[in-house]
Design a protein around this ligand. Structure first.
Ligand code: NAD
Ligand code: DAU
Length: 351
């Protein structure tokens, strides 16, 4: 038995791989193109571990995917690989269409061709698990009920439109060809190995460097935040027991405005690594808003709880403390990812 993971050197994918081996010896073949967001240092603790086979390659490379499927005969594919940052999608949507839409299409077609040749038992047991986002549902009014799985799709950014397109492809490959798929739509993750272009790690690394903490617009945009380890446990639960063709929303029951998140990060840093210059909130700066910025996301995660008994284990208070402490303990990892390419991105986005 083997799993094929795509994007397993990224933030969530690498957390998933590391978590998997805490409770299972089932091997993982990890296909990742190592874009700016992919980082083998996340998987350094698996060096020499025969359960993990890393393959540097693109999900859009049909010949490579064909050969991995034929060689390793996975019982499931966990599809994390994507371009994932909304601001980058605004500057340059092309890569998002290439990986998230065309890449998912290629992966589905390769899977369909290989899966079609399996015997009845292997065919029935196979799973294609598509890892998606709550952003496909668009923006909620302040008092609107949280997103359920039947909420209409209304993506507003090039990123969320590309993820919505990939969700539709996955759905269609089940409906038309009978491919055994499940999809999870999750809210904002945070935790170890989060690339410091996203809100929480950016605020931690900027604060420690004494740099401005850039809040877009009024900072009253609301997100639901989930510790990454809880996303991993949700994926394991859906892989094990999710019903074929179904989608499951995954969230932390933890809606917070961006300003509140930034104040919480500052307060933890004041406690754990006080600055001689004064409270970290002195660095907060309001900057031009993100174009098309979604005002609020909220996840109704009752379906996954009712069907599969999944609930997050971390509260926001425990998860954010662990996260801030992880960044304090991993200054080398932070320094390594802040390469020339990272600095070029920060200059482009924040001036
Ligand atoms: P990430 O950007 O940190 O990692 C993406 C990984 O995919 C990287 O390792 C990258 O090298 C790899 N990759 C990119 N293009 C590739 C290609 N063409 N072929 C092979 N590998 C490629 O992303 P993440 O935050 O870990 O997100 C993982 C998945 O979870 C994505 O599908 C994303 O849409 C989804 N998601 C993310 C969040 C979140 O808060 N980060 C929430 C919900 C869903
Ligand atoms: O909701 C799930 C999504 O969460 C995932 O699908 C995406 O892959 C992931 O990147 C994340 O998207 P967001 O756009 O919500 O995450 P980000 O960390 O970029 O921003 C969170 C909020 O903080 C958002 O309202 C924008 C705001 N923000 C972000 C940055 C980077 C700021 O105010 N300042 C910033 O510098």
């Amino acid at each position: 038995m083997t799993l094929l993971v795509t994007g397993g050197a990224g933030f969530i994918g690498s957390n998933f791989v590391l978590d998997w081996f805490k409770t299972s010896d089932e091997p993982i073949v990890n296909l990742d193109a190592l874009t700016y967001a992919g980082n083998l240092a996340n998987l350094a603790s698996l060096a020499g571990d025969g359960r993990h086979l890393f393959v540097k390659g693109d999900i859009g490379d049909r010949a490579l995917v064909d050969s991995l499927l034929a060689t390793h005969q996975p019982r499931a594919i966990l599809h994390f690989a994507a371009e994932s940052h909304v601001d980058r999608s605004i500057h340059g949507p092309g890569e998002f269409m290439r990986t998230n839409v065309q890449g998912t299409f290629t992966l589905l077609e390769a899977t369909r061709a290989w899966w079609g040749g399996l015997g009845p038992e292997a065919k029935a047991g196979f799973r294609f698990h598509h890892v998606s986002t709550d952003e496909v549902y668009g923006s909620l009014a302040p008092d609107a009920p949280a997103f359920t799985e039947t909420h209409a799709y209304a993506p507003n950014s090039p990123y969320s439109a590309s993820k919505a397109a990939s969700d539709h492809l996955v759905r269609a490959w089940h409906h038309t060809y009978g491919l055994p798929v499940v999809t999870t739509n999750c809210s904002n993750n945070y935790g170890p190995y989060h690339f410091p272009e996203k809100l929480i790690p950016l605020m931690i690394v900027n604060a420690l460097a004494g740099k401005p903490l850039p809040i877009y617009g009024d900072g009253q945009q609301v997100r639901d935040w989930l510790f990454v380890g809880d996303h991993c446990s949700a994926i394991r639960a859906v892989l094990a027991g999710g019903r074929l063709g179904e989608t499951y929303n995954v969230g932390g029951w933890n809606e917070k405005a961006n300003v509140e998140i930034v104040h919480t990060v500052c307060a933890l840093l004041d406690e754990l690594r006080p600055s001689a210059a004064g409270p970290y909130t002195r660095l907060i700066t309001h900057v031009t808003d993100r174009p098309g910025h979604d005002r609020r996301y909220a996840i109704d995660a009752r379906k996954i709880e009712a069907e599969l008994g999944w609930r997050p284990a971390e509260t926001f208070e425990t998860g954010i403390r662990k996260t801030v402490q992880w960044y304090l303990d991993h200054a080398d990892w932070v320094a390594d990812v802040q390469s020339g390419a990272y600095r070029a991105w920060v200059d482009k986005q924040y001036g």
